[in-house]
Design a protein around this ligand. Structure first.
Ligand code: GLN
Length: 483
């Protein structure tokens, strides 16, 4: 059962091949047996999952059948879930139970999904390895001495190790696409505003976007279908009609024009990853796509601009964690100042503190123009680069990451080295366009991802191209040894 994709689980449940309860207890047992070596879950919701499973079985027995009814998922631990702890992998929120459920999770619940629990991540989604988690790093099931990517690290690991068929994640600078690439999954970051941010803990609000990690584009399409759409509770939610993502999958690729940005294939890129990308290009050519060279000239400035703006936004968003209203409070504060200082100092990890300091500095009176304003101008240049590229092409293709997953611990003392690994993913967040990573090869037993980028609200095109690719390849169907 755990080898099935979400779409096939949906079919098997409809055909009564097994019950939701059987499937749920099977997965819960796997999590209990296998997750101690992977650390992908922060909270396991065993009892409530089994209760939800029974309710789903009952609905199915009365003849009700919705595609996601009884499909088990798990959620990144920054989505608020009523009655279940939402920690953001921080000591600050170790005991926090939200009084409401995030829009994404709520929509999935309403569609009938079962929640198995909450998944490990970098603290407050700051990181690209999972190592900034208060609960310890998640391990990559393809090689447990390596990082699975981040910040949606547990979301990637749990799906790659087949503990759950799909998961939610969030992507502010690559946190869905990069871990998907590092663990052999399909991960989609929709257009900014496509899915409501309501109830998703804010890191960098102008970048944050919820999305999914699954084995196939088809699975991502089913999840996006259930969650995309306007939500008046999120002022940046888009009032744009929702496409039929599932129907679009079967469209052929003939006539598709794809741009290859030369800046994505320069000396930063591990040449073996470049070879994998070129093999994928050849396969897509056979399916009818044509390729043209393009340029995104502002790309070299994307990482510095992202880290200035994201840190600035993080510094204001995280001001709410002050030891007064909720979250961690230090013991015996002397006065209010001491309460603020010690609560924040004792409960935030190093990376979070670093970003609060960078952000506060960049926003301070004397430096605002030199850093924050400058970064915003670069952000506009990057958006302009994409706008002009998409005048000539339907889609942009390149590697998701410049390198393979690195050894756990090898970059913890060099944050800038880790930041530079985000070079290919942050441009989509700066511009707000949708992106997808799909597995396209293996090097030394480690998965490699190819990234697709599309114009605003063209998620259907991303999913269609990935689906057509997956009809002719089997990289998405592989399982790491031992899982
Ligand atoms: N790796 C990036 C960072 O550390 C992206 C994080 C994210 O997308 N949440 O900020």
């Amino acid at each position: 059962m755990h080898q099935l994709t979400l779409a096939n689980i949906s079919k098997a449940l409809a055909a009564k091949q097994f019950s939701v309860r059987e499937l749920t207890s099977h997965l819960l047992t796997r999590i209990e047996q296998l997750d101690p070596q992977l650390n992908s879950f922060i909270t396991l919701s065993k009892d409530s999952a089994l209760q939800q499973a029974e309710a789903a079985d009952e609905l199915r027995s009365t003849g009700i059948s919705a595609p996601l009814l009884g499909v088990p998922l798990a959620h990144k631990d920054l989505f608020c879930t009523e009655g279940v702890r939402t920690s953001c992998a921080s000591k600050m929120l170790d005991n926090f139970v939200a009084p409401y459920t995030a829009a994404v999770v709520d929509n999935l619940n309403k569609a009938g999904c079962i929640s198995l629990g909450k998944l490990n991540m970098d603290e407050f989604a700051m990181g690209s390895s999972g190592e900034t988690s208060f609960y310890g790093a998640s391990k990559n099931p393809w090689d447990t001495s390596r990082v699975p990517g981040g910040s949606s690290s547990g979301s990637a690991v749990a799906v790659a190790a087949r503990l759950v068929p799909a998961s939610t994640g969030s992507d502010s600078g690559g946190s869905i696409r990069q871990p998907a690439a590092f663990t052999g999954l399909t991960g989609i970051k929709p257009t900014y505003g496509r899915i409501s941010r309501w109830g998703m803990t804010a890191y960098a609000s102008s970048f944050d976007q919820a999305g999914f990690l699954a084995h196939t584009a088809e699975d991502c399409a089913m999840l996006l279908q259930a969650t995309a759409g306007f939500d008046e509770r999120d002022s940046t939610s888009a009032q744009q009609p929702v496409d039929n993502y599932v129907e679009a999958l079967s469209q052929p690729l003939k006539g598709l024009r794809v741009g290859l940005p030369q800046e994505y294939f320069d000396s930063r890129l591990d040449s073996r990853i470049g070879d994998v990308v070129h093999t994928a290009i050849d396969q897509l050519k056979q399916l009818g796509a044509t390729f043209v060279d393009i340029s995104l000239p502002s790309l070299p400035h994307a990482v510095p601009a992202y880290y200035v703006i994201a840190s600035a936004e993080a510094s204001t968003n995280l001001a709410r964690f002050d030891g007064v209203r909720y979250g961690y409070r230090c013991e015996d504060p002397k006065d209010l100042e001491d309460l603020y200082l010690r609560s924040r100092n004792e409960a935030f990890g190093e990376e979070v503190k670093r970003r609060i300091m960078i952000g506060t500095y960049a926003l301070s009176t004397g430096y605002y123009d030199a850093y924050y304003l400058k970064a915003q101008k670069i952000r506009r240049l990057i958006k302009n680069d994409f706008d002009s590229a998409f005048k000539n092409v339907d889609l942009i293709l390149g590697p998701t990451t410049p390198n393979l997953p690195w050894q756990l611990g090898s970059k913890v003392n060099d944050p800038v080295a880790a930041y530079l690994e985000d070079i290919y993913t942050v441009p989509a967040n700066l511009a707000g366009i949708p992106g997808l990573s799909m597995p396209a090869g293996m090097i030394d037993g480690l998965p490699v991802g190819v990234q697709l980028l599309a114009p605003y609200f063209q998620e259907a095109r991303l999913l269609q191209v990935a689906h057509q690719f997956q009809q002719h390849t089997d990289w998405h169907a592989r399982t790491p040894a031992g899982f």
